[in-house]
Design a protein around this ligand. Structure first.
Ligand SMILES: O=C([C@H](O)CO)[C@H](O)[C@H](O)COP(=O)(O)O
Length: 480
């Protein structure tokens, strides 16, 4: 690629000046002045590239945490795994102020510290603030007004720091990247923000185009993991910024190491994203109903509906049934309407007469139906447990009613005090059942995954001898 136009400067490893791209005339003057050094550098790169080390991609760990002491510990573990640059994330800066940058520089004097200020105004002032606290690179918003960008650049030059521009909410990233370069920005960051990622955005599709039109290094950020970091490198990113997939991991060092290995691999395999529906189902099958409820701000849980078959996870899309006390016709007819991966969700109105039993459950098994939820009773519980299909209900009783045929299939119903529409996602486990409206299913699945990752990390910290209230600094965050 552009490896031949990059020089390895005599600077400490991974300082922001490590990669300085040189223009053609500079190139000529350098080979005239430093021919021997130039040859050595070329030999170095030939070896690196043969080894598959894509111009030594920089891994930047983004510390999007609220507490500086936890952030420092996580940074230490990430550095051990191969992270080169350390980012004081925006939430950390908002929570701890410039002290976050100061402390990170003190702890990691040999690593470049990036202050993700997301500057939108008073460019010079905020750059000065971050620079004086010890930042080597300062992030501003790529769509800040040109006056802000230009003054930030003046300030950066004055205080000897570099500027990275974040294209997070830029409408035309390719054009803006070129404008930012002209104004003196040192690095471009093609970034899908955390909330944007939850709706399916990812930073890689435009990367290649941006890398082609600018002459400054391009970073990629936004939900990257070992696989997607490598894809970003392949598309030309020379810096990969990774937050959650390192910082929320229960083994931070190992996660950073995997990313290091994956971007340094000789062959980066093709990667095909799943459809949003496939991804949604996969993510929901990996998380718990408490994770989902947290992601929904404690909403979505069905009341008084419990698992009748222990240790069975259920994920599927709703086929709804409205029935009436003692009438089981529509519940059983719904088996013909439902298909593979669906969950039959029944409102029955009685906790004493079952609209569902063993024979209906067995019929579902044959059709690949994912499970059954009943706001009402079930019977034949021993048979249902033998069949092993997930069934959730309010109670179990011996008696059923008669098939009269009242009610409706695939209408909006109320089940466990939650509104359920056909197609909504239904997830059940031993904690209970949650409903996720279909329009937000992917987003909630992604957010629930973030909750799960964060809990895994907290679990790990508690296992090391802490307590939940210590880890979360509960007292500090109590309302005044
Ligand atoms: O910049 C970030 C975000 O806007 C919060 O401030 C993150 O640091 C960046 O997105 C990297 O984090 P992940 O997306 O979790 O990898």
């Amino acid at each position: 690629m552009h490896a031949d136009l990059w020089l390895l400067a005599d600077l400490p490893p991974y300082s922001p000046d490590l990669y300085c791209r040189i223009k053609y005339h500079q190139f000529l003057s350098i080979i005239t002045i430093y021919p021997v050094r130039f040859i050595l550098i070329q030999v170095y790169y030939v070896i690196k590239l043969q080894k598959g080390d894509h111009i030594n991609t920089i891994i930047q760990v983004a510390l999007d945490l609220l507490e500086i002491d936890r952030a420092i510990q996580i940074a230490r573990e990430a550095v051990q795994g191969g992270a080169n640059w350390i980012e004081a994330g925006t939430p950390l800066i908002k929570s701890e102020g410039m002290n976050a940058v100061r402390q990170l520089k003190k702890e990691f004097p040999d690593h470049a510290i990036l202050a993700d200020m997301k500057i939108a105004d008073t460019g010079a002032f905020e750059v000065e603030m971050a620079a004086k606290a010890g930042a080597d690179i300062v992030m501003l918003l790529g769509n800040a007004d040109d006056s802000t960008v230009k003054d930030a650049v003046r300030s950066a030059r004055k205080y000897g720091v570099k500027l990275m521009a974040d294209l997070i909410i830029v409408e035309d990233p390719v054009t803006r990247a070129q404008e930012l370069e002209k104004m003196g920005i040192d690095y471009i960051n093609m970034h899908a923000g955390i909330d944007q990622q939850m709706t399916g955005k990812d930073p890689t599709p435009l990367l290649e185009r941006i890398v082609k039109v600018v002459n400054i290094p391009v970073a990629a950020a936004g939900g990257l993991d070992a696989i997607t970091s490598a894809q970003a490198t392949k598309a030309g990113a020379s810096i990969v910024i990774v937050g959650g997939n390192i910082t929320q991991s229960d083994d931070v060092t190992e996660s950073a190491k995997k990313i290091r290995e994956s971007v340094d691999a000789i062959e980066i395999p093709e990667f095909k994203r799943q459809t949003l529906e496939q991804e949604t189902r996969k993510l929901l099958s990996e998380v718990s109903t408490p994770n989902i409820s947290d992601a929904m701000h404690r909403k979505g849980a069905m009341k008084n509906i419990h698992s009748m078959v222990a240790d069975k996870k259920m994920v599927g899309t709703a086929v709804t049934v409205q029935t009436f006390e003692g009438d089981w016709a529509k519940s059983v007819e719904a088996i013909e309407v439902a298909g593979e991966g669906d969950v039959i969700v029944i409102y029955n109105g009685s906790h004493h007469i079952a609209p569902w039993g063993g024979l209906a459950t067995l019929s579902c098994l044959n059709k690949g139906i994912a499970g059954i939820v009943i706001d009402g009773a079930v019977r034949d519980i021993d048979e249902i447990r033998r069949i092993g299909l997930p069934v959730f209900a309010t109670s179990n009783v011996p008696n059923a009613g008669d098939p009269k045929g009242f009610g409706e299939i695939n209408a909006t119903i109320n089940c466990g005090s939650q509104v359920v529409n056909p197609g909504d996602y239904i997830v059940g486990d031993d904690n209970g059942v949650v409903v996720i409206e279909k329009e937000r299913a992917y987003e909630i699945a992604r957010r629930a995954k973030e909750v799960e990752k964060n809990e895994k990390r907290l679990y790990e910290e508690i296992k090391r001898g802490s307590t939940l209230s210590e880890v979360l600094k509960l007292k500090k965050w109590e309302k005044m």
